[in-house]
Design a protein around this ligand. Structure first.
Ligand SMILES: Cc1cc2nc3c(=O)[nH]c(=O)nc-3n(C[C@H](O)[C@H](O)[C@H](O)COP(=O)(O)O)c2cc1C
Length: 135
């Protein structure tokens, strides 16, 4: 079981109808592949967690990374985990905050997750960002 976190930048902000469509398709594909996760959308930034069987996560990430709707993907975390932390959603979606493009990656992650009030979710994202910056 793997958990992967990445940050990326939308070419242009997705209108709500397009985001809805993206989520509907993603949830269908993720359910088939036993993937769960969360997508946080903050301005033009996406922060997404994918969890599931190793192969399925790797294959889904490759597909996502080729998607022309976003660029500059940076993998923040890609790790074997014993259990899911985001098991409740085939792909949940949260509205994130807007990060300054000149901020460090860690500061950008903090800005994007700022509106998230769920303490468990916050703790996971902060932990991931810190792990990355320590590497
Ligand atoms: C920010 C973002 C997140 C995405 N998340 C997922 C996802 O969790 N699962 C998924 O199957 N596709 C996701 N997609 C869509 C894929 O990139 C791709 O468009 C879709 O899987 C269809 O791929 P195909 O055209 O190669 O069949 C995401 C796209 C973007 C831009």
């Amino acid at each position: 079981m793997k958990r992967l976190l990445y940050i990326s930048t939308a070419r242009s902000i997705l209108p709500p109808s397009e985001l809805d469509e993206l989520l509907t398709k993603s949830r269908k594909a993720n359910a088939m592949a036993d993937i769960t996760g969360l997508l946080v959308v903050g301005g033009r930034r996406f922060l997404q967690v994918l969890e599931g069987p190793d192969e399925a996560v790797a294959e889904t990430y490759v597909r996502i990374s080729r998607d022309p709707r976003h660029v500059a993907l940076v993998k923040l975390h890609d790790k074997e985990v014993p259990i899911r932390a985001f098991g409740s959603w085939a792909m949940g979606c949260e509205q994130g905050g807007v990060a300054s493009a000149s901020a460090s990656l860690e500061e950008q992650v903090y800005a994007i997750i700022a509106p998230i009030t769920d303490p468990t979710l916050r703790a996971y994202f902060m932990g991931f960002a810190e792990t990355h910056t320590r590497m």
